[in-house]
Design a protein around this ligand. Structure first.
Ligand code: ADP
Ligand code: MG
Length: 248
């Protein structure tokens, strides 16, 4: 995994909030068409690491690279243009917009990063939006508003919106939180389909079985640092993971 060329690389990343070392010397390499999972107990720094990679918090130290080019000082609004999209741990949809319009925001964000100032673009290519909606199985719900969606559907709108920015790297923070087993299986299948298209994905999840079923590579975080990494089969039986994460 580490021998493959990385589309996304993070080196020795630290994010300190005053005296709290949320992330403290963590890094990883993510090749194209691969899914890397991050496991770790609550408070181990997973979301803060994703926030660092997407430039929503400043790095205390470390380097971030996309296709080998450093971007740790780039503003977050330039990242969609560079091919980096994300979903958040909590659903963030605009309640007055339809599914289609919410997904279009992702495409518009991509266009905006290219220097277009208006938020909504009348000329956004509908194809990429349609494709994102179809890929995520939301075709029948395209004119619905978030209040009419099941929780699982709302979470898929978030993924569709991220896909509408045509990313090469997709970061997902607990995309199946609150979902039942069937819905989790559907998301796992969706992520594996996207991998087949060459999309690199960084996935944070608590469901160990889903991580084993979905990921090519796992890293375990604890106290903001790397606790274990390797194949999913190796990492889930690693003593650090058994002890720190599974409480065994
Ligand atoms: P995880 O996603 O693994 O549950 P987080 O990255 O959310 O962990 O949090 C890691 C640590 O950093 C926790 O101790 C958390 O309280 C702390 N933390 C996260 N964000 C902030 C912030 N904005 N200010 C201060 N402390 C924070
Ligand atoms: Mg988190």
């Amino acid at each position: 995994f580490d021998a493959e060329p990385a589309v996304l690389a993070a080196e020795d990343v630290a994010v300190h909030f005053g005296g709290i070392k949320a992330v403290d010397g963590f890094g990883l390499n993510l090749p194209a068409g691969r899914i890397c999972g991050i496991l770790g107990p609550n408070g181990s720094g997973k979301s803060t690491f994703l926030a660092a990679v997407t430039r929503l918090v400043s790095l205390t130290r470390g380097r971030l690279l996309l296709d080998g080019a450093e971007y740790q000082n780039a503003p977050p609004e330039t990242l969609a243009r560079r091919g980096l999209s994300r979903t958040f741990q909590t659903v963030r949809l605009l309640p007055d917009l339809t599914v289609l319009e919410n997904v279009r925001l992702g495409a518009d964000l991509h266009a905006r990063g290219r220097g277009v100032r208006s938020w909504f673009r009348p000329d956004t290519t509908p194809e990429v939006v349609d494709e994102a909606i179809e890929r995520t199985g939301l075709g029948t719900a395209r004119s619905w508003r978030p209040g009419e969606l099941s929780y699982g559907m709302a979470r898929r709108v978030e993924i569709a919106r991220a896909l509408a920015a045509k990313p090469r790297v997709l970061l997902l923070d607990e995309p199946t939180a609150g979902m039942n087993q069937r819905e989790r299986g559907e998301i796992s299948e969706l992520l594996r389909t996207l991998r087949g298209d060459g999309l690199a994905q960084l996935l944070v999840e608590h469901d160990v079985q889903m991580m084993v079923d979905t990921c090519d590579h796992l890293v375990a975080m604890n106290f903001g640092a790397l606790a274990a990494e390797g194949t999913p089969a190796d990492v889930v039986v690693h003593p650090a993971v058994q002890e720190a994460y599974l409480g065994k």
